[in-house]
Design a protein around this ligand. Structure first.
Ligand code: ADP
Length: 161
């Protein structure tokens, strides 16, 4: 895809191996990839924007030229402001479909020049979500299969283990 700049938006609270799988795929097919941390007023994140960006920075080291950023407000407005033309989203088993489909079509209604591209992760991450990682880590369970070492360390610190 020549000349495509993709924005991959998400909470990344924290970044998981599922997110990283998608970032790797995105870097391979887009000319530029911007990973954008969303400030969602309806959700109370475990990690601050700065902490989430710090974990993303650490986790994506050596993965190529990835821009890390944060934004609030309308996604399509942000995408335009970054002069991007693609929104990258992940699709996990069944659960994501309805919400993602609704979002993609709503965004298209607002900005028909911006295309949403869905990618499936490696099979081993198909059920992986950040909420699950946090729940297991909260009780000092082993999350090393779900998140990079740096994130595992930050989770331990957060939950005082
Ligand atoms: P989560 O639902 O894990 O909290 P986010 O809200 O940060 O994740 O999601 C940002 C984007 O990343 C969404 O498009 C979501 O579908 C995708 N994503 C999250 N986890 C995975 C995964 N394990 N495999 C594929 N895509 C994922």
């Amino acid at each position: 895809m020549a000349g495509t700049i993709a924005v991959y938006p998400g909470m990344f609270d924290p970044v998981t191996n599922g997110h990283l799988d998608l970032i790797e795929r995105g870097v391979r097919i887009f000319d530029r990839l911007i990973v954008a941390v969303v400030t969602n007023p309806r959700k109370t994140p475990l990690f601050s924007i700065d902490e989430r960006l710090d974990m993303l920075r650490e986790a994506t080291k050596g993965m190529g030229d990835i821009e890390l950023d944060a934004f609030d407000g309308l996604l399509v407005r942000y995408v335009r402001q970054k002069k991007a033309n693609v929104i990258l989203r992940g699709l996990r088993a069944v659960s994501d479909f309805e919400y993602e489909f609704e979002m993609a079509l709503t965004n298209r209604q607002m900005a028909s020049d911006i295309e949403t591209v869905f990618m499936a992760p490696n099979l081993e991450y198909i059920y992986l979500r950040a909420r699950l990682v946090k729940e297991v880590a909260r009780y000092n369970g082993d999350v090393s299969h779900y998140a990079p070492d740096y994130v595992v360390k930050k989770l331990k610190e957060k939950f005082h283990f």
